[in-house]
Write a protein that binds this ligand. Structure first.
Ligand SMILES: [Mn+2]
Length: 284
């Protein structure tokens, strides 16, 4: 079997993985992670979904994602965990630093003489600001929708028909969602331009994007890393330029083999033991 070299990258940005939810595509993410060797990995919020975290749903693949990422630390990757709204409990640890791992709420990076401003982006989300409970209900609804979608697709496959994406249909058909995305991008761009940044990089809205935004006050490149619920995307910087990685177009990642035991679920004792082990390993 031919052994492929991992792609060496300057910076990789992942966001909205939502570990601990039914919608999270942890196995696909693991396959992607196995194909890359980043110097710097930025986890831009909503990585572990602590709103919905329950001991009832924590498959081995989700744990394996955490193990793989902590494993990167020992291989020289710098990891910056920027908090999101689904992992806001980590916000009280902002400023924490241990060797090549750090937690923060936002980050300014110098890239080739240009300045990139990176944060999750929920501060621009009006629904979040005014009603956290409403947003939580929305998140619950979204997860339920994905669960229902999985069942619908199971039936469709039995009937020999093609899969459908309910959440995509719902979102695409709702004009307000489009307006929401535009407003979000515009708000991020406006503030970035006023502060003289060259790049503004967010997650949160599950909409991968790289585009130049021009206003009468200036211009900025807006980037969004997307998510690992529907789009299965990341942002990659190779030292010169940014690009959007799309798992669905990556035949090599898709062919990566994962151990069969990942399919199993962990019981509560195993979860606890694994988390303690991870913590002890990380402290070494
Ligand atoms: Mn978010």
């Amino acid at each position: 079997m031919a052994k492929h070299k991992k792609r060496e990258l300057d910076t990789v940005i992942l966001s909205d993985i939502h570990l601990g939810t039914y919608g999270c595509h942890a196995e696909e993410l693991l396959r992607y992670l196995k194909t890359i060797k980043p110097k710097r990995l930025i986890l831009n919020g909503d990585i572990i979904d602590m709103w919905q975290f329950s001991k009832h749903y924590w498959p081995k693949a989700h744990m394996q994602v955490i193990k793989h990422i902590t494993g990167l630390l020992t291989k020289g990757t710098r990891i910056i965990y920027l908090t999101g709204n689904h992992d806001e409990m980590l916000r009280k640890f902002a400023g924490f630093k241990l060797d090549s791992f750090q937690i923060d709420n936002k980050l300014v990076l110098k890239l080739n003489g240009k300045r990139a401003w990176i944060f999750h982006g929920d501060v621009f989300d009006v629904t979040m600001k005014y009603s956290k409970w409403l947003a939580k209900m929305g998140a619950l609804g979204y997860d339920l929708l994905i669960l229902i979608n999985a069942m619908v697709n199971w039936f469709l496959r039995k009937l020999g028909r093609e899969n459908i994406s309910l959440s995509k249909k719902v979102k695409d058909s709702v004009k307000t969602a489009v307006k929401f995305i535009n407003d979000f991008e515009r708000t991020a761009a406006d503030i970035a331009i006023d502060n003289g940044y060259d790049f503004v990089i967010c997650g949160h809205i599950h909409h991968p994007e790289i585009k130049a935004i021009e206003t009468d006050r200036g211009s900025v490149t807006y980037l969004n890393s997307g998510d690992w619920v529907e789009n299965l995307t990341a942002l990659e910087y190779d030292g010169k330029a940014w690009s959007i990685y799309r798992y669905k177009e990556d035949t090599r990642a898709k062919s990566m083999k994962l151990p069969k035991r990942l399919k199993n679920k962990l019981d509560n004792d195993e979860i606890f033991r694994d988390l303690v082990n991870e913590f002890l390993m990380a402290k070494k």
